[in-house]
Unconditional design. Structure first.
Ligand code: NAD
Length: 339
């Protein structure tokens, strides 16, 4: 069996490494020659995974047709805002064989269209005239690349369009350290995992202001409540927000030292650099920044209140001091917990 992965970053490398235990060939397609060369010559990807060794049945390529040649499964593992561009190229490849499922692993929405990434993928398949040839799914959940590369027990959710036996793929993707659950609520899984990074930014900002565990617990809980409100308005199921892609991923992202979104939020409070300058200094994607924009636009469109998201957005894009944002959240009109 051969798997093709679009991307040569942290998640593509760590997940690909896991797949190599079960799959004969795993090929990572990328646009960075240095990363591809490094994977092929040293069996490492130091830009993203330090000196973690990658197995001999993994290789990198700059040639998308080569990556897709005889691939049984295609994983999309690039930043959310690049999914359309890479999927457009893949869908047009002569080597993209009919029947190959496409599984998105990027977290987020497309900011310009406010679409879920599975919808973006479907549109690009449609554009290439092969919409009905490729079932689409997402594989999301609490899965820091560093820990998957370290073979720490991890569990994620595979949620796909109806009409495909995803349980069969679940079995092919799972491994001794990588447990895969199925869920038929693809929209809910995508919305939950896409937006939890905004709350991680908020927790990072609170940490940077010296807040304690009461504040963290409150932000995570109220954060999940506001995201589930948005998710339900967008067609997701409430229970999904309290599963792995929802509360599971949120806790992991908000408490972890590996979380770029939490760390980014903390860096913003230092005030040494603007959010834009911090972003420019990182080679790794910080998805929560884009998602704060997308979620706020959606909340206005759907008339759903997202108080934490709004404050994160204003700190990132309107120069509001984080301390003022925290004060405004605390001074909101008092209300019942459950509405
Ligand atoms: N890192 C994790 O722990 C983790 C875990 C689960 C999901 N994710 C999600 O996976 C996605 C990728 O994250 P990552 O951590 O691997 O990011 P990363 O920054 O480590 O790597 C991004 C990769 O995408 C490539 N890329 C960027 N723009 C591109 C473009 N226009 N065309 C082609 N390739 C492009 C880069 O060269 C790089 O190989 C994100 O949506 C992230 O939220 C990450």
């Amino acid at each position: 069996m051969k798997a093709a992965i679009l991307g040569t970053g942290s998640w593509a490398s760590a997940f690909g490494r896991h797949l190599c235990h079960k799959w004969g060939r795993v090929v990572l397609w990328g646009i960075e020659a240095r990363q591809v060369n490094s994977i092929n010559t040293t069996g490492t990807n130091p830009d993203y995974l330090g000196d973690v060794l990658l197995p001999p049945n993994m290789r990198g390529t700059l040639d998308l047709d080569d990556a897709l040649y005889q691939a049984d499964l295609l994983f999309v593992c690039v930043p959310s805002q690049a999914v359309r561009e890479v999927m457009a190229k893949a869908a047009q490849s002569p080597n993209f064989q009919p029947g190959t499922p496409v599984i998105n692993m990027a977290k987020g929405f497309e900011v310009t269209t406010l679409e879920r990434l599975s919808e973006v993928i479907e549109e690009e398949l449609d554009q290439a005239g092969c919409r009905n040839d490729h079932p689409v799914a997402v594989l999301l959940g609490p899965s820091h690349a560093e820990e998957v590369a370290d073979e720490q027990p991890t569990a994620v959710v595979l949620a796909g369009q109806p009409g495909t036996d995803w349980a069969c793929w679940q079995d092919k993707i799972a491994g001794p350290f990588f447990r895969v659950y199925t869920n038929d609520d693809m929209a809910g899984v995508e919305i939950a995992s896409g937006f939890k990074n905004i709350i991680a930014l908020a927790v990072g900002m609170a940490d940077g202001l010296g807040a304690g565990d009461n504040t963290r617990g409150t932000l995570m809980t109220r954060g999940m409540i506001e995201l589930s409100r948005l998710g339900i308005a967008l067609g997701g199921k409430k229970e999904t927000f309290f599963g792995l892609a929802g509360i599971g991923d949120m806790i992991t992202t908000c408490i972890s030292r590996h979380s770029r979104n939490r760390n980014f939020g903390e860096a913003v409070t230092k005030g040494e650099k603007s959010p834009q300058e911090i972003l420019e200094g990182s080679i790794q994607v910080v998805e929560g920044v884009h998602m704060a924009k997308a979620a706020l636009k959606l909340s206005e469109k759907l008339n759903v209140e997202l108080p934490i998201t709004k404050q994160v957005h204003d700190v990132l894009f309107s120069g509001k001091p984080p301390r003022q944002a925290m004060r405004e959240l605390m001074e909101r009109q008092l209300r019942p917990e459950l509405d």
